[in-house]
Design a protein around this ligand. Structure first.
Ligand SMILES: [Mg+2]
Length: 315
């Protein structure tokens, strides 16, 4: 009821910005990219961090649930890795053929993430372009992934900017000496919590943390009170609601706590949120009328100048 009340109040507010999550929001979960990424994360955990294969899936999911992303969770419990190395591993070439350029290997589909699974979406493109409102992408993913996914969809030019992993986490912290490494056994801790022992915090900022949300909004100069977030994660939706945003849960028609709307697909945006187009048209009318006003004032000023000059010339 708290959210419903807020929503009714917020509905009267103007919307001047739309923020979109990327994965499973701008493209559907049915693409299979999410499942592929999860598999690649498990491979990274096993091959690069030495996690036992038998627990990699469980740990991957558990960290995702606790920290928003598995990557943030891995850092929190003590694993050391370079952020760029992690991201490169998830999407770039499968085999380390240093002699071959990355683009060549991509052309041969020798890479871990099959971006061709993301199909061009001209319907979404038309919807986005028909809305003269600021549009921003806010993803926990890295900039290369965001750029590739948006290009595949054919909507990379529809957004003012992309707020991504690197926006919130610009540099990897320096590695800790191996002999000082201590991994927190989170599975044991959650199964048998020890009194007085808290879950370690992550140095990585990502959704759904409120801090990450506020950082992202600040980075893109976004006012949460006049912004709508579209996201497939109910945790992100709840966090956004807490900081005063209007929210649309994507990928389902069932509204959860914190969601003002629920949409199976962004293709239904116009039917579900016609007021966005009405508001945009009103704004356009106001802009046009104020332009006329300025032009009229300028015309009067020019006329006044002309009369003054003529009268001086006559005298
Ligand atoms: Mg998502």
């Amino acid at each position: 009821m708290e959210y419903e009340g807020k929503y009714r109040k917020d509905q009267r507010l103007k919307c001047d910005c739309l923020v979109f999550d990327l994965d499973d929001t701008l493209y559907p979960v049915t693409s299979g990219i999410g499942a592929d990424v999860m598999k690649n994360i498990q491979d990274y955990m096993v091959q690069k961090l030495g996690v036992e294969e038998s627990i990699s899936l469980e740990l991957c999911i558990l960290l995702y649930k606790q920290y928003g992303t598995t990557m943030a969770g891995l850092r929190a419990i003590g694993y050391q890795f370079d952020y760029d190395d992690y991201h490169r591993y998830l999407i770039l070439p499968k085999f380390d053929f240093c002699c071959l350029p990355a683009l060549f290997m991509e052309a041969l589909f020798i890479r871990r993430l099959a971006y061709e699974k993301i199909k061009p979406d001209p319907v979404l493109r038309n919807i986005l372009l028909s809305l003269p409102i600021r549009k921003v992408v806010f993803t926990n993913g890295d900039k290369i992934h965001a750029s590739r996914a948006l290009k595949r969809l054919g909507i990379e030019d529809c957004f003012e900017r992309v707020v991504c992993f690197e926006t919130l986490n610009p540099t990897s912290p320096p590695p800790v000496p191996t002999d000082e490494l201590k991994i927190f056994d989170i599975m044991k801790h959650l199964a048998h919590p020890e009194p007085g022992v808290d879950l370690p915090k992550s140095s990585i900022l990502c959704k759904p943390s409120i801090d990450a949300m506020l950082h992202a909004l600040k980075a893109a100069s976004i006012n949460p009170q006049t912004t709508i977030l579209f996201d497939d994660s109910f945790r992100n939706i709840q966090a956004a609601k807490e900081i005063g945003m209007r929210t649309v849960l994507v990928g389902t028609s069932e509204r959860t706590r914190g969601a003002d709307y629920a949409l199976e697909s962004l293709h239904n945006m116009k039917e579900a949120l016609p007021e966005l187009w009405v508001e945009a048209e009103k704004d356009e009318d106001v802009r046009k009328s104020s332009k006329v006003g300025i032009e009229t004032s300028d015309s009067i000023a020019l006329l006044f100048f002309y009369v003054l000059s003529s009268s001086r010339a006559t005298n």
